[in-house]
Ligand binder design. Sequence first.
Ligand SMILES: Nc1nc2c(ncn2[C@@H]2O[C@H](COP(=O)(O)OP(=O)(O)OP(=O)(O)O)[C@@H](O)[C@H]2O)c(=O)[nH]1
Length: 309
Amino acid sequence: MSFFKNFAEKLKNAGNKWTQSVSNIFSDDPVTDDFWDELEESLILGDVGVDTTEELITELKRIMVERRITKRGELKAEFAGLLVSRLEAVPKMGAPLDLSAKPSVIIMIGVNGSGKTTTSGKLASQLKGEGKRVIMAAADTFRAAAIEQLKAWGGRAGVRVVAQAPESDPAAVVYDSIMAAKASGADVIIADTAGRLHTKSNLMEELSKIARVIKREIPEGPAEVLIVLDAVTGQNGFIQAETFAKAMPVTGVVLTKFDNTSKGGIVIAIADRLKMPIRYVGLGEGVDDLQLFEPKTFVETLLDVRDAE
Ligand SMILES: Nc1nc2c(ncn2[C@@H]2O[C@H](COP(=O)(O)OP(=O)(O)OP(=O)(O)O)[C@@H](O)[C@H]2O)c(=O)[nH]1
């Protein structure tokens, strides 16, 4: 199955309510005030954000006047173009992971329950499927259950998990995993970290220490720092993302639980407000439900415009 079909079909099958409602607004009816009200409501309910919604509507109105467009449907492709350019304005949006260093360390950060452990497991399995030798590091030592959960994913994926006892130093676990990777010639380390924000300063120190340990052993530093954001939380997760980004420069977002949200516009808000590139989207709990984010495919599926091209 081609990449386009795969991502587009999975998005469609995920039955995201927002993606269905936005497309329906661009009918064959004439453009009236109702059209703008419906579009505005749908974008705001979809968590695009008030300012971005206003900007998009202003730009679309300008295009309508300029091209003398009268029907809603004729604005669809124009609107798609606006969304794609906003997404693509963020460097590395949808870019595959840079795994050129050996070993390449991918650090997963984000609050508890956002889907870090699940995403680590899915990613490990996919990279292994691509022929990479992968190790996972159980650096969320705060919760014993997190270590066990990662081990379960490791067992399913056939990927080694480096772990220590609960409460041990996460940086030491990461160090062990780098030693194990160097000794065994592994290509990639995926480090699952803790996400308890209520002990903010400790967490930030912990992440900085992990980064220092990696830098000492691998001069290029971490290959990728992926922040895992729960799409259901919507924009409420942004403050967390900004807090985490202070401890470690984030190289990308994994947007999980996209199958469970009616706030699909969060994708646009992440680009516009956080200015962080989305690299993967989680579309379910299964191992195959992690998809590389493709901005153009996303917008085309959202607005159902591909056939119209
Ligand atoms: N529907 C859906 N569920 C997901 C997705 N990603 C993760 N989940 C579920 O979200 C829940 C939390 O995921 P975890 O991976 O445990 O989250 P975590 O961030 O590691 O949280 P802690 O282990 O508490 O630190 C689990 O029930 C996952 O199965 C997704 O893309 N779609």
